[in-house]
Structures are given as C-alpha cells and as structure tokens.
Design a protein around this ligand. Sequence first.
Ligand SMILES: Cc1cc2nc3c(=O)[nH]c(=O)nc-3n(C[C@H](O)[C@H](O)[C@H](O)COP(=O)(O)OP(=O)(O)OC[C@H]3O[C@@H](n4cnc5c(N)ncnc54)[C@H](O)[C@@H]3O)c2cc1C
Length: 343
Amino acid sequence: MPNRLIYLKQPNSSIKSDRNDDRLKLSYDYLILAIGSIHNDFGTLGAKDFCLSFDTIKECNAFHNNLIISLFDLIQTNKKELNIAIIGGGSTGVELAFEVKNTIVELLKHKSIAANNLCINLSIVEQGATILSNLADKIKEKTIRLLNSSGIKIYSAEKVTSINQEFIFTESGKQIKADIKLWTAGIKAPDLLTSFGLKTNEKNQLLLKNTLQILEDEHIFAIGDCANFAHKEQLLPPTAQTAHQQAKFLANSLSNWIKNNVPLKKFHFKNQGVIISTSKTNAVGEVATNTVGKIALNKKLAYLSYRFLYRRYQASLYGYPRVIILIIIDFLSRRVKPNVKLH
Ligand SMILES: Cc1cc2nc3c(=O)[nH]c(=O)nc-3n(C[C@H](O)[C@H](O)[C@H](O)COP(=O)(O)OP(=O)(O)OC[C@H]3O[C@@H](n4cnc5c(N)ncnc54)[C@H](O)[C@@H]3O)c2cc1C
C-alpha cells in the first residue's frame, strides 16, 4: 500500500506539524476530491483586472456593495448613466441579470424614484448564437422575451476579446460601455489539481472512470465541479444537481465496496431539469420525467419547484426540523427587513 497522505494548510494558521513543515498531514485509505471550481476567464485580456466574479462570499458581497454604491452615486450626483454588463449567458448569467434588475427596481422603489428618470443599462454578452444554449427552445424563447420586457439587452454571438476600465471589446468589433462588468462565462477546477501529475482536461478537471475513480488510482475519487464526467458524450454541467447526485451515489457505492466488498457501480446521471429564477415570485424552467420526457413549467409552477428544490437542498444539509425553523425565520424577516440589503 503506498504512503497515502494529504497535506493541509490553513492560510493564516500558526499550527506546525513538524519543525520544517507548517502543513498538517492526514493519512487516508480512500480520498474523494470535491474541491469545486473557480471562474474561468480563459485568459481574456483585462478580465482579471476589470471584472467581478462570484467564487467566494466575499466577492459576492463586494459586487453587492459595488452595485448599491453605484446606484446611490447615480441617484445623488449628476452622473448621466450606469452601464452594467454580464459576460456569459448561461443560467448563472441570466439568473444574475434578473436578480440585478430586481435589486435596481427595489432600490428605486425604496427611494421613491421613477426608473425612467435614470439611465441604467443592463446587458448580457454571450459568445454563442443564443443564451442558454443547452436548454430547450421553448424555455430559451420564454426567457429571451422576459429579458426583453425587463429591458435587459442581449448581445449574442459576441465573443469578448478584451476589457478595459470603460469598455468590453468583442471579436466583431463592438465596444460595449460598462461601468460594472460581471464575469459568469465559465468555470475551471482550481489550478492545484494540475500539480498532482494526474490526468486533467483543459478546465483542470480530473478525468474519471464511470465509477467516479480517477484513472490513475482506484482509491481516489472526484465529484462535482472538479470532475470531468461525460454523459451521452457530453460533459456534465457544473451544477449543484450534478454534484449532489454524484455525492449521494458515491456515499452508497463506496461504503458497499469497503464494508461488503461489492464491486463499485457505474454512475449514471439523471437530468432532472433546469429552473431559472426570474423574480421574487416567478421562474422559468423544465423538468425531466421518466414517462413523457422534458416538460416546460409555467411561471408559477417553475417558481414553486424552484423554492421546493431550495428547501430540499437545505434539508439535506440541516434536516427537516431546522428547515421548518428557517422557513419561519425567512417569513418573519421578510416582514421587517427592507427588500434590498443596503449595506
Ligand atoms: C453565482 C453562482 C450561482 C450558481 N447557481 C446555481 C444554481 O442555481 N443551481 C445549481 O445547480 N448550481 C448553481 N451553481 C453551481 C454550483 O454552485 C456548483 O456546481 C456546485 O456548488 C458544485 O459543488 P462542488 O461540491 O463540486 O463544489 P463547491 O460547492 O464549490 O464546494 C467546494 C468546496 O471545496 C473547498 N475547497 C476548494 N479548494 C480547496 C482546498 N485546496 N482544500 C480544501 N478545500 C477546498 C471550497 O472552499 C468549497 O467550499 C452556481 C454557481 C455560482 C458561482
């Protein structure tokens, strides 16, 4: 048996495990790598310096503060306009666009300002022919209609080539003015994974067997965003749905292998559909069924399914009794808190 060790290091830790090495060592028999992903700017010139991304809570809060400050700035000064651009028209970018729009509407309502007194331009820039390329046409069309009616502009077939303080430049020669630039155009696994000498794809994700074991070592597994797993010759989408199914599957399969010597099973992804929240009370989406395939959901049903899924994920983390308490807390908070967090 090889000497199976992982090394841990807390960025600010003063703990020392031995004299020459400040890392903690942890021995293992089986290892599951589930270290997720970070945004992928594909080396686009200026993206690192001028775009905000959403890898950590800190970055999400930074964006929220930036948006609120920019809106107050627009309201209180003689600034003429505010331009916000989201790069990437996948489900994260589209949901974010609706969320930003709703925040703007709520804030202006809070300040009793008519939206048409201000010039706020919100846009999505997508390199593909259309946004939400992997969703059914019906859902795409519905979402595009909703984006249009919310005043969110879509630039499709526009590959971003570089970004500066003021503009986003595209391959076709467009210059899109943007004060706030948000990057949601793809993910990659942390660079750390390429330092182990294991086989990875161009997004740093580990290549896997259908049992979720890495190719080089049957004691090491990978799941979620850091894993490269193909379903019907297509890479699985980096979503919570994929990560959740793989985690549940592996918990069973691996414990059966270890405890009962049952050979590892093959993982099969079951696409249960996609739901995109478009406002506090609406959503669009489709669910996959065993009998009639994919069904498009109407606004209310999509919204209820979205809320149900959210609570179900909470329940898998905290258990149902706590989720009931959380539902009550959320209900009461909505009565006393403003609709937009202002700080
Ligand atoms: C803005 C945004 C919105 C999204 N919305 C949705 C959505 O609505 N629905 C959906 O299905 N998916 C959504 N996703 C995608 C979803 O969040 C991911 O697919 C899912 O979280 C992947 O799960 P994971 O367990 O692989 O990784 P993660 O949930 O990212 O967990 C990985 C964990 O590993 C930790 N870690 C990383 N490196 C190390 C290290 N070296 N040592 C120790 N720990 C480490 C990280 O800190 C993190 O806690 C969204 C993603 C983003 C960014």
